[in-house]
Each structure stands twice: as structure tokens, then as C-alpha cells.
Design a protein around this ligand. Structure first.
Ligand code: F6P
Length: 545
């Protein structure tokens, strides 16, 4: 495949970037009253993407769409949806989209149909979820389950934890807790108020080999047996979600109490599978099915909408434009929805583990920037913390602002206040404030001409700072499903454009290997051949007094 930077359209994009030295978004808006209509796209009345406040004009988009065509995006998209071994370093299909496909879809892996298997697991989940939620599933002393603790990390934690918080209004009588960190403090704090007789543990691990999860699962078992005593009670309080039945059984969980999934589901794409069990227990299986339906809505849109009207494609192209041509190494995701507080953290794994790659699919070093770093916090909190850098810092940080038109809790008119801030931030970033405007303001505030001169540079906002606005009606399970799938496909498209494998994660291995070597050294073993920094830190940690 021709290297990205060798394509003629790449040079044309460089020229386009140069032209932007003389362009300011506030002028583009002033000249074109249709800019919002031109640069926004809706998926029915429930979801709108306004991308008009980005550093684009019609010819920019034309070139970016040409780039997508030259990278054969449509063929890659079809390959993923149809089950080709798109994850080429692991020889696996990439079929999280199949998890939310309808029963009559015909999707195959190595020629074998997979939809019936997916729906068999969904039916088992439904049976189990219904029993737990209605109190028919009893703990060892006959009491119903009140609390579910999911023990998992990365993709086996972030998605379910994010979704349970996001969908709190749909929560029932089961409380959901999440323990991921090998730092035992998280487990201790979680178990503090729980009763072993009414607690259900889900041990969630695709591989069932992850050190943190297995250690935490052992700690949970010890805590449980401390009260329950009889190991036969474990069957009523521990279930597993994994692709590795052998390891689940070796751990002591009956595989009758295991919910399976498949190696063609990447960990960070797995919340749609049985990894979503804590979500289903929390919001019920019907609401979980709605979330899957939302994911499928976005799949259909991504698969069928023309590239020029395709939300994930547009977000991906504009993201690439800012990363590669405007040197923006960071991207902010700013939900004006407190319950999406964990969405940025979830997206960090989705995006950074997927596209944080330095070689092409063919194993050659890439010569351009790939995945940006992601940061984010809910608005308005972030405004009082890190937005300063976004408004007046020296670098460009493109932002996605997300908000619901409706709130689940509108008290005291505060939702309108939230939305006014959401809108004001995108406008301020786009417009900025000129020196003349700052001076008028200072004069109106009664400042002397000396003060005006001194303060003006500090009061100027450059503007021309790009953002997307993603506006949904209300944060329902279906909307959440759509939002997650929107970002999944954005990440996919960028991976195709950058020619990286978005579905492996070899970069997490080295640290794990070194930790295995260091652990015995912390227990008194002779330190090995480390650098002086690592040796110095080991000596300090193992110091006796
Ligand atoms: O170490 C990274 C990783 O492999 C992630 O990709 C994955 O989501 C996480 O660890 C947890 O893996 P598992 O579900 O197999 O425990």
C-alpha cells in the first residue's frame, strides 16, 4: 500500500493547511449563514453531530473524503463487518458489530455462522439476569442478591463501569460495583459495606490470565469464605465471563456459571458481549438490548451512509486533519452530562490502545502522527480546571462537546445553565476575542489606558479552536449504544487511514513482563540487571527500617 504521505492528496492537504494561515472561523461563519446546515449531520431526531466549528471549509472536506477513498475505506469497512481476519497480527476477525446484529443477520467466522451462538449467550444472560433481579437466584442463606461486584480490568471493567454510571436512571434494585486495580485499597473500600450473603461476584476476563483480576478474585473468595465458610456456597456467589473455560474451571468456578464470548471480540470492544453482564444486571436485560440496538443503529449508519454524511467517517477525517496537519497531539472529550463522567476514561482505552501504534499494518515505521492522547472531564467541572489551556495555550486541542437536550433531573432550571455553558464554550473557542474587543471591555470596566495596554495581550483569545458538538435527546440506553459505536467506528476509520492495526495491543506487554521479573526482587530476591533508577527505587522500597 502506498504510504499515506506519498499520496498526491496528502500534498494537496498540506497546501490546504497553508491556505488556512489566513482564514479564521469567525469570518467563515460571518460569510456563510448556511455553515451549520452544511456541516452538520443527524441520525434521526435523536442524535446530531455539528462539525461546523472545525477548521474546515468545503474544499478541505473534499480532500479528506478523497483521502478516505484512496485508502479504500469502504472496502476495509466491508471487510470488518463481514468477518475477514482484519486483526492481522493475531489472525482474528473483528466482529463486535455482530454482537448487536439482529437474529436474522448472516455473519460468519471461517465459514461458520456466529449469530445463533451470540443469541444463545444473550438468552442465558437474560435467564440469569431475570432470576437475580427478581430475587429467584438466592445467596447461600436464602437471601436475594443486592450487590454485584465486577472484578475485571481494562476492557473487562471500563465499559461496564462507564455504562452503569451513565444509565443510573435505568438502574433497578441491584447495586453495581467495580474493582479493577491490583491496589487492594479498591477492593477493601468496595467490600466495606457489603454483605457476603447478598453479594454476587462477576470475574470478568477475556483471557482469564490477567494478574490483577485473578488476584482480586482470590481476595474476594477469601473475603466471602471468611463468612460463608463452606466452599460449596461459592457456586451461588461467583460467576465468570471469559473466553477461557479451562482457566475458569481451574479457578474453581463451575463452567455452568460462566458466560462465554469469542476471541474475535477485542477486550476494549467487549461491553456488548457477556462482559456487559453487570450492565444487564443493573439496568435489566430489556434495557441492555436497547443499548445493543443503539449500537446497531450506528453500525447501519456507518455501513450505509455516504462518506460525506457519515458521522464516524467525518469525525475521523476531521480528527486526522487536526492531528496530522495542525499538529494537535491531544483530543478532549467533554461531556456536559455528569453521568458520562467515565466516558473519557472509557474512550482512552478504546482510542489509545487501538491507534497508539508506531508501525503500519505491514510492520513499517509510520512517518506521521497516529492516535492522539485523549483527556476529558464532564462540563462544567473541566471549565474550572483545564480549559484555560484549551482557550489560550500554545497548542491546539480539538474538542468533542457532548450534551443531552433533555435531562433526567432538571432541578431549578440548572439543565439550561449546563447547556448554556456547553454552547458558550464551543462559541468562545471558535470566535475567540480580538485585541479591539478586549480593549472595549477594559475601557467599559473603567481601566486606565496604561492598564488597558498592559492587560490587552492577556485578555486576547485567539479563537479558531476546533470542536464538534454532539447533541442527543436524552441519555437513554439506546443513545449510549449509539455514542459508543460512533467512537468505535471513528477509531476504526482512523486506523484504516493511518494504516495501523487498531485491534492488537502489544505495547502493554513489556511492562507486564518486567513486573514479573521485579516482583520476586521486592520479596528479597537479588535485584537483576536494572538501570540505576530502578535499582535505587527497589532499594528504597525494600529498605528495612
Ligand atoms: O493489558 C491490556 C489488556 O489486554 C486489555 O486489552 C484488556 O482489555 C485488559 O488487558 C484485560 O484483559 P482480560 O479481559 O483478558 O483480563
Amino acid at each position: 500500500m502506498t504510504s499515506l504521505t506519498q499520496l498526491p492528496v496528502w500534498d494537496a492537504l498540506k497546501d490546504e493547511r497553508a491556505a488556512w494561515k489566513k482564514i479564521h472561523l469567525r469570518n467563515l461563519f460571518a460569510k456563510d449563514s448556511d455553515r451549520f446546515a452544511r456541516f452538520s449531520v443527524a441520525l434521526d431526531d435523536e442524535l446530531l453531530l455539528d462539525y461546523s466549528k472545525n477548521l474546515i471549509r468545503p474544499q478541505t472536506l473534499k480532500l479528506l473524503l478523497k483521502l478516505a477513498q484512496e485508502r479504500e475505506l469502504e472496502a476495509a469497512r466491508e471487510a470488518m463487518f463481514s468477518g475477514a481476519a482484519f486483526n492481522l497480527t493475531e489472525g482474528r476477525a473483528v466482529l463486535h458489530t455482530a454482537l448487536r446484529a439482529p437474529l436474522d443477520a448472516d455473519i460468519r467466522v471461517d465459514g461458520q455462522p456466529i449469530i445463533a451462538d451470540i443469541h444463545t449467550v444473550l438468552a442465558r444472560m437474560r435467564h440469569f439476569v431475570d432470576r437475580v433481579r427478581t430475587g429467584k437466584w438466592k445467596g447461600y442463606n436464602g437471601k436475594p442478591i443486592t450487590d454485584v461486584v465486577n472484578i475485571g480490568i481494562g476492557g473487562s471493567d471500563l465499559g461496564p463501569a462507564m455504562a452503569c454510571l451513565a444509565l443510573k436512571p435505568y438502574g433497578g434494585n441491584i447495586r453495581a460495583h467495580f474493582v479493577s486495580n491490583v491496589d487492594p485499597s479498591q477492593m477493601v473500600d468496595t467490600l466495606e459495606d457489603l454483605n457476603p450473603a447478598t453479594t454476587l461476584f462477576i470475574i470478568a476476563s477475556k483471557t482469564f490470565t490477567t494478574q490483577e483480576t485473578l488476584l482480586n478474585a482470590q481476595a474476594a473468595r477469601v473475603w466471602f469464605l471468611d463468612t460463608a465458610k463452606d466452599p460449596s456456597h461459592i457456586a451461588k456467589h461467583f460467576v465468570a465471563v471469559s473466553t477461557n473455560a479451562q482457566a475458569v474451571s481451574a479457578f474453581g468456578i463451575d463452567t455452568d456459571h460462566m458466560f462465554g464470548f469469542w476471541d474475535w471480540i477485542g477486550g476494549r470492544y467487549s461491553l456488548w458481549s457477556a462482559i456487559g453482564l453487570p450492565i444487564a444486571l443493573y439496568i435489566g436485560m430489556d434495557a441492555f438490548a436497547e443499548m445493543l440496538a443503539g449500537g446497531h443503529d450506528m453500525d447501519s449508519h456507518f455501513r450505509t451512509a455516504p462518506l460525506s454524511e457519515n458521522m464516524p467517517v467525518l469525525m475521523a477525517l476531521i480528527g486526522l486533519w487536526h492531528s496530522n496537519f495542525w499538529d494537535a497531539p491531544v483530543h478532549a472529550v467533554l461531556p456536559y452530562e455528569q453521568r458520562l463522567a467515565r466516558f473519557p476514561a472509557y474512550l482512552q482505552q478504546l482510542d489509545m490502545e487501538s491507534n497508539g501504534k508506531g508501525v503500519t499494518r505491514a510492520g513499517k515505521p509510520v512517518t506521521y502522527t497516529t492516535g492522539p492522547a485523549l483527556l476529558g472531564e464532564p462540563g462544567t467541572n473541566g471549565q474550572h480546571a483545564f480549559y484555560q489551556l484549551i482557550h489560550q495555550g500554545t497548542g491546539l486541542i480539538p474538542c468533542d462537546f457532548l450534551a443531552g437536550r433533555e435531562s433526567h433531573n432538571d432541578i431549578n432550571g440548572q439543565h439550561a445553565v449546563l447547556l448554556s455553558n456547553f454552547l458558550a464554550q464551543t462559541e468562545a473557542l471558535m470566535r475567540g476575542k480580538t485585541a479591539a474587543e478586549a480593549q472595549v471591555e477594559l475601557a467599559a470596566a473603567g481601566r486606565s489606558s496604561r492598564e488597558i495596554k498592559a492587560l490587552t495581550p492577556h485578555k486576547v483569545f485567539p479563537g479558531n479552536r476546533p470542536s464538534n458538538a454532539i447533541l442527543y435527546r436524552r441519555l437513554t440506553p439506546r443513545t449510549l449504544g449509539r455514542l459508543i459505536a460512533l467512537y468505535e467506528h471513528k477509531v476504526f476509520v482512523q486506523g484504516v487511514l493511518w494504516d495501523v492495526n487498531s485491534f492488537d495491543q502489544w505495547g502493554v506487554e513489556l511492562g507486564k513482563q518486567l513486573a514479573q521479573i521485579i516482583l520476586p526482587e521486592l520479596h528479597g530476591g537479588t535485584p537483576g540487571a536494572h538501570d540505576s533508577s530502578t535499582l535505587g527505587l527497589i532499594a528504597k522500597i525494600t529498605q528495612k527500617d
